[in-house]
Design a protein around this ligand. Structure first.
Ligand SMILES: NC(=O)c1ccc[n+]([C@@H]2O[C@H](COP(=O)([O-])OP(=O)(O)OC[C@H]3O[C@@H](n4cnc5c(N)ncnc54)[C@H](O)[C@@H]3O)[C@@H](O)[C@H]2O)c1
Length: 338
């Protein structure tokens, strides 16, 4: 069976998806994108020349069938990827991330497609029992986003065991860089801070700011998505991909303020209850099996991202006027404080 000749990228208009589309097109691949533009159309300009773009939802069997025509490899990137928000929109989260993913998988199997790359997340691990977390760490997600990502990993395993699919599961953590939405108040701490500072407003930190993450620059996650396809040892064998440099959110805010030459100090609001305090991952397996090595430091990545954001200019945050469990929405969201 051939692979990586004609590929489908779901969510190809998003942050990670649009970079992947460009990368695949540069390699001479025929690329189809399925995206419902839930994340906006800002990145369309970067991918228009590189892909056939189909507007539609992964929740629609028809849209999936149409997008999968003639395709031999799927990169399933589309998601509602807001951990903190998923707590108060669990139904919406499950429809997109679980029902949508199962719909796509069903139609991929019906179309006899085998190679299926899925962008999972470090959120599947939940509160770490030891650090850094490797792929053997128990999976106990702390929010609905992580639950649906874990559940879909299980679906992939089951259909793999039934001999129907070759899943490649990549667990990313805290990716940032150009093209990440500046107007989304629910996710992406780097663009949120930069967007606030461009408006001369202080970055808002949930909790004491001592939560730590291994922030990863976008170019460090694209190549492994491509290289993984066809690697026998990585079929149905999840792998962590990301940076090993760990920063606190407070350091991140202070550094961005300094880099942007602003005279501001971070503002602190109560923590979000489902947030994990410190988490970062062990990438030994990726080093061994994919020869993986992150190349861009957080400092360099921030410089590139700020440069891009300044060209884009400040954006008004777009709030979802929709809560399924209003009591669990942080007051900063209800007050549209960001
Ligand atoms: N950015 C990160 O730090 C990070 C970390 C771990 C995992 N991931 C995963 O990587 C993937 C991409 O994340 P991103 O940061 O690029 O997000 P993004 O929001 O920029 O992109 C997601 C894209 O999916 C599309 N989409 C949403 N619902 C859809 C639907 N029902 N049908 C079709 N398209 C739909 C959106 O319009 C958007 O273009 C996601 O699966 C996310 O869970 C991201």
């Amino acid at each position: 069976m051939k692979f990586l000749d004609k590929v489908l990228v779901t969510g190809g208009c998003g942050f990670i998806g649009s970079h992947l589309v460009n990368y695949l097109a540069n390699k001479g691949k025929k690329v189809v994108v399925l995206d419902n533009f839930a994340g906006g159309k800002a990145n369309l300009k970067y991918i228009e020349k590189d892909a056939k773009i189909i507007r539609g939802s992964i929740e629609s069997r028809n849209a999936c069938r149409k997008a999968l025509k003639g395709v031999d490899t799927v990169f399933h990137i589309a998601a509602h990827a807001a951990e903190g928000q998923s707590v108060f929109v669990p139904i919406f989260n499950a429809k997109t991330n679980l029902i949508g993913s199962i719909t796509l998988l069903t139609e991929a199997i019906n179309s006899r497609i085998e190679d299926f790359v899925f962008t999972s997340t470090i959120a599947v691990y939940g509160r770490p029992k030891k650090l850094p977390v490797n792929e053997e760490h128990p999976l106990q997600p702390e929010d609905p986003y992580g639950i649906t990502k874990k559940a879909f990993e299980d679906y992939l395993r089951v259909y793999y065991e039934l001999g129907r699919i070759k899943p490649y599961i990549v667990r990313f953590f805290n990716v940032f860089g150009p093209r990440q939405r500046l107007d989304d108040p629910y996710r992406g701490v780097v663009p949120i801070f930069i967007n606030r500072i461009m408006q001369n407003k202080p970055p808002i930190i949930f909790g004491d700011g001592l939560q730590k993450r291994a922030f990863t620059y976008i170019t460090d996650i694209i190549e492994p998505l491509y290289k993984i396809v066809g690697k026998k040892k990585l079929i149905n064998n999840p792998i962590n991909i990301g940076n090993t440099e760990v920063w606190s959110v407070k350091r991140l805010a202070e550094t961005i303020i300094k880099k942007m030459g602003a005279n501001l100090k971070p503002e602190f609001v109560p923590r979000r209850k489902s947030d994990v305090k410190v988490i970062y991952a062990d990438i030994t397996k990726a080093k061994k099996l994919l020869n993986y090595k992150p190349r861009v430091t957080i400092n360099e990545g921030l410089d590139y991202t700020i440069e891009w954001a300044l060209r884009e200019g400040p954006k008004k945050f777009k709030y979802m006027d929709y809560f399924e469990i209003e009591k669990l929405a942080h007051s900063a969201y209800k007050k549209k404080q960001l």
